[in-house]
Structure formats: C-alpha cells, structure tokens
Design a protein. Sequence first.
Length: 320
Amino acid sequence: MWTPILIASFGAYAEKLAGYLLPQQVLDNRAVRRTAELLPVALLAAIVPVAGAQEFPAKPVKIIVPWVAGGSTDSVGRIIANRLSETLGQQFVADPRPGANGNIAAEIVARAPADGYTVLLSSSSVSVNPSLYASMPFDPEKDLTPVTKAGGSPNSWLVNPDFPARTMKEMIELIRKEPGKYSVGSPGAGTTPSLSIEQLKHDLKLNFVTVPFAGGGPMTQSLLGGHVPIVCGAIGNSVALIKEGKIRALGLTDKKRLETLPDIPTLDEMGIKDQEGETMVGVFVPAGTPKEIIVQLQREIATVVKSPDIKARLLEVGVV
C-alpha cells in the first residue's frame, strides 16, 4: 500500500514540506524518520551568535546540484549562487553533478571537507533515496547536515500540445480506454514527481508505462519533441514553455493555484483528492561543518530567497 507521510521540514521555522506517498518500507527507514529531527539546526540562526563568521567565505564556494542544467533545482541554484556572490564578495558557483538520482552529488558533498566551501542544493531525493537503494555510498543522516529549505515547486501534469486531452480528467479517460498504450515521463526514478505518478496510477488504478529521465531538463525536451506525450515534473521546469504555448499544463499537485500560472487548476479542485506533492529544494553541508558557518549560510540564503527581486525570479520558475 501507499501511505502518506511527512518526509521533512525545512527552513528557519521548520516549514512544512508536502506529504508524499511512499511505500511502507519508507516508514521504517531510519534516515527518513530522522530527517525532521536533524532540521532544527536551521533554528540556530535565531539563537547562536555568528562568531568568526566574518572569516567566511575567504575563497569560492561550490554549490553542488544533483541534476543537469535546465531543471528547477539547477535554476534555483544559479539564482542563489549569483546573489550570494554579489552580497558576500566571493564566487558561489552552481556545479551540476547528475547521476544516481542525486546520490553522486550528495556523496561529493558528504565526502568534502566540513568547512562550508562545498554545499549541496538537493531535491527531496536526499531523503527518499535511502528507501530506494539497497545500499548507499554514504549515510545521509550521519554525513550531511541540513541548513535550510530554499524553496519548493509543486509537481505538474503536462502534455505535448498535440495530445488530444485538454484536461486532467480527459487524460485519465484516454488512459483508461487504452490500457498500456501511453507513457508518462518523470525526471528520474525516486524523484517526487515519480512518486506523484505512482500515487495517481495506484489510486485511480491506471495502466501506463513510466519513463524515467536523467532530470527535468531532458524530460521536458523529450516532451517538446513528442517522444513522450505526458510527463509529471516540477512546474519550475516548464513555466516559460507553458506561457509560450509549447506545452500544455493539465493540473498541479497542490492545494492552491500558482500566482504566476493562475489558469492551471489543481488536482484537488478537480476532485482528484490526496495528490499533493512538491519538489523541495533543500540546502545541506557536510556533517561537522562549524555551527557558525551553518548559521551564516542559513541567514544569507534566507535573506536571498526572501528579497523581493529574487522572490519574483523564483516565482517565474515556479518556485515558492
């Protein structure tokens, strides 16, 4: 059975991350259960003085991103890196390291020196992967420390403009009429959009083929080219393409509509209940990183994402 659980909370006030449907074994996974317990380090910003923070950064900082260029996590990484470079006087560089559903990038950070100069900007895969892989090259619970939540993007069901369905319910009816005919693309196995796909498939007893890609960018390109007719991914990958009419959005896995795309209905308002899910963008550092550096990073990133111009740019790519 698929069972809703709360994966984690991120941010200065332990903001609520959306509940995703995960297999029962996830509930028994220590890393996922403990994720929320690790997150209060972000609250240190309110109580810990920033001793020695003026010494950081003294050299360029790498922000390791687990996905190829063109996805929502990559976009957020570049926006944040550029602003941090401006405000802190040192270069912050977004460095894509795709592969293994984010494990390659996460391991790079987990094995890096705990000095704040190697940062992970990850999606929810960092919490989900321990339940998907029989063995992990690192222990997310022991080897990484969460800093803050930088944003989140609701998942969206998208189709090629030539696809005959104009609404979510029409898409569902087409799939039911011809079981096994249609394929649905995801940004990768174990990503939150892939969980949204499996959730809908299970709840509505649908029969289609799921096609995992190596990130949101390649998935969207395949949709544009007509290689897959339907995809589910973070809306941030597709905002501009939706506005240009190059792809069509059928529905969002959220309780409310997006400010930047107010014409896209939510699955909830269409009567397709309990399908909420978002692609989280969280910030992590190697375990053992000095608390004053964690506090400074949390404060600086929170300031960046709350600034009106950056908030507007994040909204443009579907990140709230």
